[in-house]
Design a protein around this ligand. Structure first.
Ligand code: 6PG
Length: 246
């Protein structure tokens, strides 16, 4: 299952991934004439990018007032917990740059259970979008960042989970994570993640090379099911690049 809009960009190392991702993000924000929406991700892969956004020259270039920051998935912990994905984004760049609080849209993990948080977040996304159904001609996001887990998961969409086949819901609760950290999760589904002008995977390091080869080869793994309505970009470093891409 491969997208015909797929691009694989190989750069030198994790630092170059962050710089290239920052450039692509800025380009998408500039394309969005009025308000823009970005889906952030967790894990370690986006950390350098997040740090970069809080520094010159990037910090001065992002139109902070008109960008809205969402999160593609989160661990069901409070935002103050070190495991929180939105907590990390807030700590590394959203707080240091003083992004308007009303533009930051965390998953409400202070609810009683993941499914309740999922329902509330879906409502929030729908109200931001202004409709209950996604129109491929008018994507929800300008850019969605994604990571790749060693088992092929992306966001909190794990191999063999029911959430992979969800076609209606935009957000679901995941009672049992398929990978560490083993805390419940809340995740956007493929239809919601796919509603973007660009989906950008950041993948680095030799540890990811084998799973990346399988995903790019079209094996039926969760990350290979990501079929955005816009561009699909795999931004990878040389260490992670399978033979045929190096
Ligand atoms: C999470 C993520 C997850 C992550 C991948 C890659 O909450 O864990 O959103 O999907 O992106 O596991 O993680 P690394 O970047 O740490 O390898």
């Amino acid at each position: 299952m491969t997208s015909d809009k797929r691009q694989v960009i190989v750069v030198a190392d994790a630092g170059a991934i962050a710089e290239t991702a920052a450039r692509r993000l800025l380009a998408r924000l500039k394309d969005a004439k009025s308000r823009a929406a970005v889906g952030l991700t967790g894990g370690s892969s986006p950390e350098r990018l997040y740090r970069l956004l809080a520094q010159a020259p990037w910090r001065g270039e992002v139109p902070w007032d008109r960008v809205h920051w969402f999160i593609g998935d989160d661990r069901f912990v409070l935002e103050t917990d070190p495991l929180s994905n939105m907590g990390m984004a807030r700590r590394l760049f959203l707080a240091p740059v003083g992004a308007p609080p009303g533009n930051i849209h965390p998953i409400p993990t202070d609810t009683n259970y993941p499914e309740a948080a999922a329902r509330l977040y879906e409502d929030e996304l729908k109200s931001f979008y202004g409709a209950d159904r996604l129109d491929p001609a008018r994507p929800l996001f300008d850019l969605v960042l994604m990571g790749l887990g060693p088992d092929g998961h992306t966001a909190s969409l794990f191999p063999n989970s029911r959430a992979l086949d969800e076609k209606e819901r935009w957000v679901v609760g995941v009672a049992k994570a398929g990978f560490e950290p083993h805390v419940p999760r809340v995740t956007l589904t493929f239809p919601a993640l796919a509603s973007t002008r660009e989906m950008l995977f950041e993948v680095d390091g030799t540890d990811k090379r084998d799973i990346l080869r399988r995903v790019l080869g079209g094996e039926d793994l969760p990350a290979a099911r990501a079929q955005p309505v816009g561009d699909l970009v795999w931004l990878i470093d040389r260490a992670a690049a399978p033979k045929e891409y190096s």
